[in-house]
Design a protein around this ligand. Structure first.
Ligand SMILES: Nc1ncnc2c1ncn2[C@@H]1O[C@H](COP(=O)(O)OP(=O)(O)O)[C@@H](O)[C@H]1O
Ligand SMILES: [Mg+2]
Length: 580
């Protein structure tokens, strides 16, 4: 396919345009539809049938008509990569939306494309490659400071083979479009390198020696996650839950407290309000590590249902590519998609317009493979220099009515490593985070010994059974032994699984402290309470719960912390002694 080719529009159906091509164009290449007023609208070729190309337009197609010209490009939908991405708020096509946070409901006019990175800003470049060095795609040529990170300027990821550095810029201030190196290949072909490069969003970016199995726990400081349903660096997880159950709050907590470097947040809201909330809340979040705005190490890619459907679908890929780019620098990146159900709905709409044969609930038949391909972009890479970089992906799913038996939840369940299912009953009872400890699971090994985790899961399941029985037979019909099990399960739930997201101490528990508290809680649930009647049992467990809750709120190393720990230890020793 050479340079630019032309075509003519034969019909327009909403965001779907059919054009007749003069030459054959390639699927997934981009084309600009020229409105007669001169506006150019970006689109993507999604199907080629003989001389006809089906184009998905990323804009409102009003004003586009039969006979209008289409200009095809020999390139795929791409993003620009380079220093300056952190802190940005983009739409699905990487247009910066700086004003969106203040101006609710403001979107760019159709045909307005703003470069994703500014060429006016200069960056403090330090070369790391030397003249004569042999370099391949992804190798570091130099660095610039970007926020709290060292941003690597890497040889273009699309390169094939080796190049020799012929010239490298000296340390100094450069814009992203300035030449920083010239390289030459074995045939003597010369190339100029700048600090920016492009990458097609639908192609995973993973230039590396190899992929490693993700095994290192990613500590989120959310106790129920780290201790019971762990996630790992380079792994995947999903958070399904009904509206209002706490999916977005959980992702915000994780963004702040998880032990990772860069956060990329793909906000796909159903209503404009949800995304506006994200844009309003996120910049206010304080990074506990720096005491400054969390935005300094965050990128937001957002869209709402007010935006054209194709742009909504593309936004998830745009976010994935930006996240992968920072992984190439040896950083640990967390990509959060909220909600993948909206993304799937965009897919369904597009598929409907193409009149494809629908699958379950009118989603396209390829829904599952698209979901799988998205989560497969996660992973730990050993980069070309031997360093490791990771991308962890977490997506929320918002099934209608909270019913998990639907295609998006089910398709996601098949591919992710951990399932953090939120329950309406728990959120209604304000038991936050409302992750259901009976329904959730993780295939990963976390910070607590699996045997201990299993022991607690059994207790929770038994406690639940007793509670269910009690609704039938009442407290009188329940044995003291069963009653003690229910109380112990409640104790662990209240004092460990539940956490106050809005408290500085309780809201974020480091791994070491989690292990310590978990073991103490285990000692309590292992206490032999035989011989106590129900009133005494309740009294004992309420006392234990009080100490633990106060302890959770006490800062590590404070005198309060020591005091509550002392009380707990004395309580455990007393109970152990009183057992014959
Ligand atoms: N961990 C939490 N701690 C305290 N309150 C929470 C927590 N999670 C959710 N909430 C409450 O529930 C409301 C809805 O949560 P949100 O995350 O927006 O739900 P969803 O994204 O699932 O629709 C929040 O505004 C907040 O008041
Ligand atoms: Mg939400």
């Amino acid at each position: 396919m050479s340079g630019r080719m032309k075509g003519k529009i034969v019909s327009v159906y909403g965001s779907l345009v059919i054009a007749e091509m003069e030459d054959r164009v390639v699927q997934n290449s981009v084309g600009y539809c020229h409105r007669s007023d001169g506006t150019r609208l970006l689109s993507e070729v999604i199907r080629v049938r003989g001389q006809l190309a089906d184009l998905q337009v990323f804009e409102e197609t009003r004003g586009l008509k039969t006979g209008d010209e289409v200009e095809f490009r020999a390139e795929m939908l791409s993003v620009v990569l380079g220093p300056g991405l952190l802190g940005q708020v983009y739409d699905g096509l990487q247009n910066p939306l700086p004003e969106l946070a203040q101006r609710v409901g403001y979107f760019l006019a159709p045909g307005t494309y703003v470069p994703g990175l500014s060429t006016a800003v200069t960056w403090d470049f330090t070369p790391s490659a030397k003249v004569g060095d042999s370099v391949v795609a992804g190798d570091t040529l130099g660095t610039v400071p970007e926020g709290i990170f060292t941003h690597r300027i890497m040889a273009p990821f699309a390169w094939r083979g080796r190049y020799t550095v012929e010239r490298i810029a000296s340390a100094g201030q450069y814009t992203i479009d300035a030449e920083i190196a010239t390289v030459v290949d074995a045939q003597g072909e010369r190339r100029v390198v700048t600090m920016q490069q492009t990458w097609p969003v639908k192609v995973p970016l993973n230039v590396s020696r190899r992929r490693l199995l993700p095994t290192e726990p990613l500590v989120t400081r959310v106790r129920i996650v780290d201790s019971m349903f762990p996630i790992v660096r380079g792994g995947t997880y999903c958070i399904p839950g009904p509206f209002g159950a706490g999916k977005t709050v959980l992702q915000q907590i994780t963004s702040r407290h998880a032990e990772i470097d860069v956060v990329v947040f793909a906000a796909c809201g159903e209503r404009a309000g949800e995304v506006v909330e994200t844009l309003r809340d996120f910049p206010k979040l304080i990074d506990p590590r720096t005491g400054r705005s969390l935005m300094e190490r965050t990128i937001i890619v957002c869209n709402t249902s007010a935006m054209p459907v194709a742009a909504r679908e593309a936004s998830v890929y745009t976010a994935a590519t930006l996240a992968e780019y920072y992984r190439q620098m040896g950083l640990d990146v967390l990509l959060l998609a909220d909600s993948t159900s909206r993304w799937a709905q965009a897919m369904r709409e597009l598929s409907g317009r193409l009149e494809e044969i629908p699958g379950e609930e009118a989603f396209p038949a390829y829904l599952e493979s698209r979901i799988a391909a998205f989560y497969e972009r996660a992973g730990v890479l050993e980069l070309t220099d031997g360093q490791l970089g990771s991308l962890t992906i977490g997506g929320t799913v918002s099934p209608a009515g909270g019913n998990f038996e639907e295609p998006v939840t089910q398709g996601t369940l098949k591919v992710v490593g951990a399932f953090l299912g939120l329950s309406r009953a728990r959120s209604d009872a304000r038991r936050y985070p409302a992750i259901d400890p009976l329904d959730s699971w993780s295939k990963y090994r976390g910070i607590i010994e699996p045997a201990k985790v299993l022991q607690m899961r059994r207790l929770l399941a038994q406690g639940h059974e007793v509670r269910q029985m009690m609704t039938v037979v009442g407290e009188e019909g329940t044995s003291a032994e069963d009653f003690a099990i229910a109380l112990k399960a409640d104790f662990f739930d209240n004092c460990f699984l539940q956490q106050n997201a809005f408290d500085d101490v309780d809201g974020a528990t480091p791994a070491e402290r989690q292990r310590f508290v978990f073991d103490k809680a285990l000692q309590v649930v292992e206490l032999d309470l035989a011989g106590l009647d129900k009133t005494q049992l309740r009294e004992v467990m309420v006392r234990a719960a009080d100490w633990f809750r106060n302890w959770n709120y006490a800062a590590s190393g404070s005198s309060e912390y020591d005091r509550y720990l002392h009380e707990i230890d004395r309580f455990i020793a007393d109970r152990q002694q009183s057992t014959p």
